[in-house]
Design a protein around this ligand. Structure first.
Ligand code: ADP
Ligand code: MG
Length: 696
């Protein structure tokens, strides 16, 4: 019933079914194109092409032009010294040309260019000491002339995969493209002058002019639209499904909330109050809440989540808060503890670290309802975790989770209100692809009393100066994060390793005053180091990017980021957000290696000039075209193959409206167009959305 339509099966075959692709090649290709199947290959778009259609006599060859011509093979000039090229002299009626081969295999060239025969050669003609030559030409027999006189697309490549291999595989794949029923609206398609999907997919690999390589070319626009439509339709289906599940009505907490408010060492900001009001409104009505709480690092999302959870608790239900990492879950526990204790609310923390008896005991409390609030990692939504009565789930994404996790969660907890928190100020286009039409509350105001962070750029040569400055600051009690990009020295990438930096800093600041935290440590070890830093036992915490997410040490006022040029804007912004959380003046030192590339320079200047997460996110999108702002590479969520969010943002808005209309008119995709759209969803492996049509 809801099974992948057989017509598209060929597109799902493995790469090894293609001519010239063996298991080894398949592996390399898979990494390059981001998937194991024929369709992934077909969506790997060329970035350039070589036009081999031009032909002329040798004597008339323009310098630098790609020419295809028939020549007579006269003589071979092998070279005894491997470092010198092997030359083959060829002629036609008009003149002489030299074919040049580096690192040549004599036997191979002799077979390829037999003396006395006529051959077709194709390549870029260059003049060397006044004579035309061609380096590594393509070669064919005269009867195969047609195979050369074409336009040859050039693809993004990876080591071990040549353009020839790729093209051969893609040529084979082109034969697999089926004719599929049209899923686009006829009027929309005509109005844009778009062609059929199968034609466009083919033309993608047969560019005849430069403008066909542009994202705004008709062929690419249609394919991008298909991709975006699949994305938006999935979100619309999920949302439609979630809306139909009856939610619950939780009156706004009064008693518990006033107790927590009395225990807070601060008053809520205007933005916190406004967001909380929006959440209260959602929770008060019986429809299910699906809301995104968007707020920069340090904007104070945790307390808002806490207040929201109290609504559920006061009505007798449970609430859960899920963090993406162990450290963050523990941190939520630390932040929430005093507040929950003040209100007399019971809580448990459950992470992957809890095993055996202790885990069983926690599960029992969750099942009995003895635990009113459940804090943890994704462990709290594992199969065997049974809730007594879960009313609200808060997902602190910090940009680490994706649609998949949200689907899992909503399948498990039917009717549960959902509040998703994200620390990434997501540009509107990206928010759309990741969240569709989720209602959004924004914490766009920093808690009072925070001073702007002063950001300074230093080239690596000034590192001694930076360390001397830190020495002075730490002697006055400052606490410092020092971020390095890699854990161990790698020869390939010349990055300073955290371990090495740790040693250097220790010899400067004293043994025992410097800590090291990285991704390969055990969670308990990480916690121990974090705790030492928080307690002030350490002045400096050397870290790889594990501290990127959520960590809260308000006493830390200095952030040093080494090789800042290797980080993306959003990452830098997240890291910088670790400081500037207290009332003290905070600093961020961005160290960079010289020479600095243009984009890297621009990134660092943006960091120096603004602290506004939204501006930074927009710039990031501009500079990287989507990039990995949402950490989607890890979650496999919105890595578009053809669509380019910087170029196609208008298309995205259209796709969203289109998807909305479709689901309003034909929620189960049963009409003719609906069925075709199902095929589209299968093409992009949105099967998860389709499963919602089953049984109701
Ligand atoms: P994030 O949004 O990054 O999760 P947190 O919730 O961890 O931010 O809050 C960061 C810090 O700001 C915490 O120490 C928190 O107690 C504090 N905080 C939150 N709201 C306020 C406020 N209104 N005034 C002052 N400090 C606040
Ligand atoms: Mg947080």
């Amino acid at each position: 019933m809801n099974q992948r339509p057989f017509e598209i099966d060929p597109l799902f075959r493995s790469l090894t079914t293609l001519a010239g692709v063996g298991p080894r090649n398949a592996k390399l290709l898979e990494k390059l194109i981001g998937g194991p199947k024929v369709l992934d290959l077909l969506l790997h778009a060329p970035i350039d092409f070589i036009d081999r259609r031009f032909s002329c006599p040798i004597a008339k060859c323009p310098n630098g032009k790609v020419v295809t011509m028939e020549v007579h093979v006269d003589k071979h000039f092998p070279n005894a010294r491997k470092s010198l090229p092997y030359r083959v002299k060829c002629t036609d009626n008009s003149g002489e040309i030299s074919l040049v081969f580096f690192h040549a295999n004599k036997g191979w060239i002799e077979k390829l260019l037999p003396i006395g025969k006529n051959m077709i050669i194709s390549g870029r003609v260059e003049y060397f000491q006044g004579l035309p030559q061609m380096v590594h030409p393509e070669i064919a027999k005269p009867e195969e002339r047609k195979t050369l006189e074409t336009v040859e697309p050039i693809y993004p490549l990876t080591q071990g995969v040549t353009n020839k291999t790729l093209r051969k595989a893609i040529n084979g794949a082109l034969d697999f493209i089926p004719k599929l029923p049209e899923w686009l609206d006829d009027a929309h398609k005509t109005q844009n002058g778009w062609g059929d999907w199968h034609d466009n997919l083919r033309s993608l690999h047969e560019p005849l002019s430069l403008d066909e390589l542009e994202p705004m070319h008709k062929t690419r626009v249609r394919l991008a639209y298909d991709e975006l439509l699949a994305n938006q339709l999935t979100l619309a289906i999920v949302r439609d499904h979630q809306r139909k599940i009856n939610g619950r009505a939780f009156p706004t907490s009064t008693d518990l909330r006033s107790k927590v408010e009395a225990a807070l060492p601060f008053i809520l900001t205007g933005a916190q109050k406004r967001s909380l009001f929006e959440i209260d409104e959602d929770m008060r009505i019986p429809a299910r809440m699906l809301r995104l709480l968007q707020g920069d690092v340090g904007s104070g999302k945790t307390v808002v989540a806490c207040m929201a959870m109290l609504n559920a608790i006061e009505a007798g239900a449970q609430a859960a808060i899920m963090a993406p990492t162990e450290i963050l879950a523990r941190q939520h526990e630390m932040s929430l503890k005093p507040w929950l204790c003040a209100a007399g609310v019971s809580f448990v923390t459950l992470t992957g670290r809890d095993k055996g008896k202790s885990r069983d005991a926690i599960l029992q409390q969750i099942k009995d309802g003895d635990a009113q609030i459940i804090i943890g990692t994704h462990a709290i939504f594992q199969q065997d975790v049974e809730y007594h009565d879960l009313g609200l789930a808060v997902i602190d994404e910090q940009h680490r989770f994706g649609v998949h996790q949200r689907l899992e969660l909503s399948n498990k907890n039917k009717g549960t209100d959902i509040l998703v928190m994200t620390a990434t100020p997501i540009p509107r286009t990206l928010a759309l692809t990741a969240y569709g039409d989720l209602e959004v509350s924004k914490l766009d105001e920093k808690p009072a009393g925070r001073k702007p962070i002063e950001t300074l750029l230093f080239s690596n040569e000034k590192i001694e100066q930076v360390m001397a400055g830190l020495k002075r600051k730490t002697s006055e009690g400052a606490r410092v994060y020092w971020v390095c990009p890699l854990v161990e020295e790698s020869e390939l990438v010349n990055l300073t390793s955290a371990e090495e930096r740790f040693d250097i800093l220790q010899s400067c600041f004293g043994t025992g005053r410097v800590g090291l935290i990285h991704g390969r440590m055990k969670p308990t070890e990480k916690d121990a180091v974090m705790a030492q830093f928080k307690d002030g036992a350490l002045d400096i915490l050397v870290a790889t990017t594990v501290i990127e997410v959520g960590v809260n040490v308000p006493e830390a006022t200095i952030m040093v980021i080494e090789h800042a040029e290797h980080f993306g804007l959003s990452q830098l912004h997240q890291l910088r957000g670790r400081v500037g959380r207290g009332a003290e003046q905070s600093y961020c030192f961005l160290l960079y290696a010289t020479p600095l590339g243009e984009t890297a320079k621009e990134r660092l200047n943006i960091m120096r000039d603004t602290e506004d997460g939204f501006i930074i996110a927009e710039k990031d999108l501009e500079l990287r075209g989507g990039g990995d702002i949402l950490g989607t590479k890890q979650s496999g969520m919105t890595e578009f193959k053809i669509a380019d969010l910087a170029a196609h943002s208008d298309l995205l808005a259209t796709a969203r409206d289109d998807a909305k209309l479709i689901i309003n008119k034909d929620p189960k995709l049963e009409s003719k167009r609906g069925k075709a759209l199902k095929t589209l969803l299968y093409l992009f492996e949105r099967d998860q959305a389709i499963q919602y049509f089953r049984g109701g």
